[in-house]
Design a protein around this ligand. Sequence first.
Ligand code: ASP
Length: 420
Amino acid sequence: MKLHWQIALALIAAIAAGTLIGAEPWFIETTTFLGTLFLNALRMLIVPLIFAAMIHAILGIESPGELGRIGWKTALYFAATTLGSILIGLVVINLVQPGVIDGTPAGDRLGLSADTSMVLEKVQNRGGGDLIDVILRMVPPNLLKAAVENEMLGLIFFSLLFGYFASRMATDLLRTQRSFWAGVYEVMINITNWVMLFAPIGVFALVARTVAQTGWAALEPLLLFFVCVLSALMVQAFLVLPLLVRLFGLSPWRHLQLMTPALLTAFSTSSSAATLPVTFGCVKKAGVTDRVSGFVLPLGATVNMNGTALYECAAALFIAQAYGLHLSLFNQFVVVVLALLTSVGVAGIPSASLVAISVILTSVGLPLEGVGMILAVDRILDMCRTAVNVFGDATGAVIIAHLEHEESDDGVGGAPLQTL
Ligand code: ASP
């Protein structure tokens, strides 16, 4: 049976087992152990994979001009798709108004205590300091510390520098570097393939534990918000991104099929960073060359988060509605811009966007306790938005490879993927 079918079956079995067995201590313990083991195995690959993939990719790029061209296309794709995704969230939340029930703000029912007039007073425009923090994180004072703490931005920046300067060396040294990094990259991909053989077990454990712990009851009070975010995410994943793929003359259906293992892994792990090794395998199967995927995917997993940005905007607007606060057009614009900027700084780990949502709430003057309100549904929405984040990255790699005429049928430069 193909791996993505195995993972899909594991997912269904996990939902059934989690619902039937519930939060029994032995079940939680076993699933926590197996799930953590699988997640650890994926996380173990992230740091060497980023180095190897990015340096290998840049060494394959012929000239600085070419690097700049791919860089611009990537940045444009990231910005446009993230902005589009945020706007979808904005429209859905404004149309459905999940924070207003029977004409009154849902704040009381959801246990919010802050006084709306106090909240209104605090509405002002702050923020922006966050961008400076992102820039500072890009240049870590200690590379090893950045690696230990999974500060991907720092690793990416260093890999870019390393790749760039290595590519400017004399021919014989350059040749050695090229074959060395190509080798490291190939080994990393092979280890990933091996780890992925255990994906069905890992996915089962991670999802079963979430279902057993969170349960469906938690969704009820926030059902409308949940459905709104889910529908908006689905519009981005099943309409906007496939249309983009189509626009560039590729088959959206085949694209979705090839990306399935990455989407299911993202869904189960709630982490774009942990999914990165699998995403590499999938786009390679789609024929994207190493030099495009090595550049676009690590960057994408760190800065391009379509689903997260959409969620941040939707959550902030929902919380404002629940407080009975009408955000002016200008304030909504501030939310959109902040969602775009903070999604760049959000780490590709579970629940990371809660921090960004706090930043947005503070910036438009909403009390932080609003974050507590959405916690009940955050875990499951995290799974869904992470899948959309990863789908956005993978789609970017495929489109940019197409624009660069960088597709191949044989998985250039590395081992063919048997297991994915
Ligand atoms: N879990 C998300 C990711 O890894 C980040 C977030 O939205 O919390 O992509």
